[in-house]
Design a protein around this ligand. Structure first.
Ligand SMILES: CC(C)(COP(=O)(O)OP(=O)(O)OC[C@H]1O[C@@H](n2cnc3c(N)ncnc32)[C@H](O)[C@@H]1OP(=O)(O)O)[C@@H](O)C(=O)NCCC(=O)NCCS
Length: 211
């Protein structure tokens, strides 16, 4: 009996310790009122599969949703490698109350050439469909821009979206990015957006003035 109790206690302790260690090792970049933006982890595979297997999510992303969990595991590996290689990559958006995975947002250091640009910081986001229309992309984009210009001291950020993607265009315009031009990506017209640190700083001043 004593031995059984001891084994039980040790198991419980180990579980608690694991949870604590996980939490300690989990890198949280931004905390806002209802959300946390943290590194993407292997535990996000279920949420990412729900996100990326939905054809509606991929309407303006080339209409190529994933078909199996292995594809998601590769994506997670790739993003975590970007953290190491580039010091930055997309972050998971987590509901603070429920701990649910909502989608991803944040910056990617783009190493491929897109619209004649290479080695720039790209802002992006993708949410599970049930979370659309709640202001989450706008809220997390604002927080990401602040992090980019204040914490990382970046000079400029770019973003692209399919010209038909009105929701995304709204998010970018509402948060201060401006359309510089329109270009073709894989045969589809896209907007090319940009915001500089100076422009962002000016918007913060105006907002503070209006308050
Ligand atoms: C694009 C996306 C991230 C927007 O996220 P969201 O959290 O729903 O956006 P918000 O709630 O912050 O809303 C942004 C604005 O667009 C508007 N909007 C949302 N969906 C819209 C739609 N389908 N058509 C027109 N306007 C829309 C909102 O009303 C809001 O404007 P408002 O504040 O003036 O009312 C989300 O739709 C998504 O994940 N889509 C699939 C993936 C994707 O397209 N990613 C972007 C690639 S560029």
């Amino acid at each position: 009996m004593v031995r059984f109790v001891n084994i039980y206690v040790v198991r419980q302790l180990r579980k608690t310790l694991c949870k604590l260690t996980d939490r300690k090792e989990m890198k949280i970049f931004i905390e806002i009122e209802r959300l946390i933006l943290r590194e993407i982890l292997p535990i996000d595979e279920k949420g990412l599969f729900e996100l990326d297997s939905n054809p509606n999510v991929h309407t303006y992303l080339g209409n190529n949703p994933v078909e199996n969990i292995d594809q998601i595991r590769e994506v997670i590996k790739m993003i975590r490698q970007q953290y190491i290689d580039n010091g930055i990559g997309r972050w998971a958006i987590i509901d603070k109350q429920t701990n649910d995975f909502i989608g991803w947002t944040g910056l990617k250091f783009e190493t491929e050439t897109i619209n004649n640009h290479k080695k720039y910081y790209d802002l992006g986001y993708r949410l599970i469909e049930k979370y659309w229309g709640k202001g989450i992309a706008t809220e997390t984009t604002k927080a990401t821009l602040k992090y980019a210009f204040v914490e990382l001291n970046l000079i400029e950020i770019y973003a692209i979206c399919d010209i038909g993607n009105i929701a995304s265009k709204n998010v970018l315009e509402k948060t201060g990015l401006k359309i510089i031009e329109t270009f073709e990506l894989d045969g589809i017209k896209h907007h090319w957006f940009r915001i500089s640190k100076d422009e962002w700083t000016e918007i913060q001043k105006q907002n503070a003035h209006q308050r």
